[in-house]
Design a protein. Structure first.
Length: 141
């Protein structure tokens, strides 16, 4: 995943409460970071606002994380994100969590399904969001 361009970056501070018994950041906290990065990406493309207006938006289908290096307090991280693919009703966002030295501490992948919460059914990926993502990512899906 590291050879790809990641257009969206989110800096975060590691909080002491995120540590586990062994003194490093607990694996559950990594998923909180991934969630923050996912929502940050949605905000960047206007998906959060669109969902508020239409009640059509993403539903998380899966989230996978490979842990590469431990993280420690005090410290800062950067989560960088990019869309991996867009299909008819689903799409995937890949994330890298970088430590203060810029090393990859974790790699993650979300798979989401576009969902119409008015009808409780999957819905096609909106063409306007596809265009916004293509512009942000500087590539075609």
């Amino acid at each position: 995943m590291s050879e790809h361009f990641f257009p969206v970056k989110l800096p975060l501070r590691i909080d002491w409460s995120e540590l586990d018994y062994f003194g490093h950041v607990n694996n559950v906290s990594f998923f909180k970071y991934i969630q923050a990065a996912r929502v940050n990406y949605w905000d960047q493309i206007g998906l959060t606002q669109s969902h508020r207006e239409t009640n059509i938006g993403p539903m998380l289908a899966s989230c996978h994380c490979d842990f590469k290096k431990p993280l420690f307090y005090p410290g800062n991280i950067t989560i960088q994100s990019r869309v991996d693919y867009i299909k008819n009703t689903s799409f995937s966002i890949c994330h890298q969590i970088l430590n203060e030295e810029g090393e990859v501490a974790a790699e993650a992948r979300d798979v989401m399904v576009m969902f119409d919460f008015n009808t409780n059914a999957k819905t096609p990926f909106p063409a306007d969001l596809l265009r916004l993502i293509e512009k942000l990512e500087n590539k075609h899906f």
